[in-house]
Design a protein around this ligand. Structure first.
Ligand SMILES: CC(C)(COP(=O)(O)OP(=O)(O)OC[C@H]1O[C@@H](n2cnc3c(N)ncnc32)[C@H](O)[C@@H]1OP(=O)(O)O)[C@@H](O)C(=O)NCCC(=O)NCCS
Length: 198
């Protein structure tokens, strides 16, 4: 069964491998990446999909400003493992992320993506006509969902990054990650032994 939960520190390596697989190295050249690099995602809005203990999907949302004053979130990247697609995992991740953003009081979510996919969640280019990404972008793919009616009405200007700066990794963080990974591996091994013995 697929469950959606907040991303943990120990998920980072698998999440990055999944994004490499889904987007290739070009993912780092995307203009959206300029709004994410060196920043932390919004609190509680990094989600992963897990199936039988395996990370199979990821989505994160980031703080941005839509024009000079309007706070919003940027959704992405969204990816689902190639073998697990068309099972509704992508949709569940997007729905869950939107619900959490709404609960947390956010007003709008922006993204750069295919309207053919994101339209089903209510994302549209109709409210982004006055907004610009900080680099090359395809206007038809700059989409937004207003979580509060009129949140982007009349919004004009550049979309800018406003997330907190990502802390530089230090030795204590590395040790914490290594220990968490070890604990998870030991837990998985114990479960496998119990299953074999049963
Ligand atoms: C996009 C993605 C996250 C969807 O994940 P998923 O778990 O398969 O999504 P869902 O099961 O909720 O939806 C699958 C449906 O979306 C459709 N779909 C997937 N990508 C699409 C796209 N870019 N445009 C239009 N439809 C798309 C699928 O064909 C499928 O249609 P169906 O239900 O009629 O069979 C996944 O395909 C992925 O990781 N792709 C690689 C990354 C990528 O291309 N992202 C860009 C999206 S703009």
């Amino acid at each position: 069964m697929v469950t959606i939960r907040e991303e943990k520190f120990a998920d980072v390596a698998v999440r990055e491998a999944l994004l490499d697989e889904a987007y290739g190295p070009a993912r780092f050249a995307k203009t959206s990446e300029r709004l994410r690099e060196g920043r932390l995602p919004a609190d509680g809005l990094s989600l992963v999909a897990v199936d039988h203990g395996r990370l199979v999907g990821t989505v994160r949302l980031w703080h941005v400003t839509a024009g000079p004053t309007r706070a919003a979130l940027l959704l992405g990247p969204l990816a689902v493992h190639p073998f697990e697609r068309k099972r509704g995992i992508g949709a569940t991740l997007v729905h869950r992320a939107i619900a959490r953003a709404l609960l947390a009081g956010h007003r709008a979510v922006l993204l750069v993506g295919d309207a053919a996919y994101y339209g089903r969640f209510g994302f549209t280019a109709a409210v982004t006509g006055g907004l610009w990404m900080p680099g090359q972008f395809d206007r038809d793919r700059l989409l937004a969902l207003e979580l509060r009616p009129g949140a982007l009405a009349g919004a004009r200007g550049l979309i800018g990054a406003t997330g907190k700066a990502e802390p530089k990794p230090d030795l204590s963080m590395l040790i914490a990650v290594t220990r968490e990974n070890e604990r998870e591996t030991q837990g998985a091994n114990r479960r496998a032994i119990v299953q074999r013995a049963a």
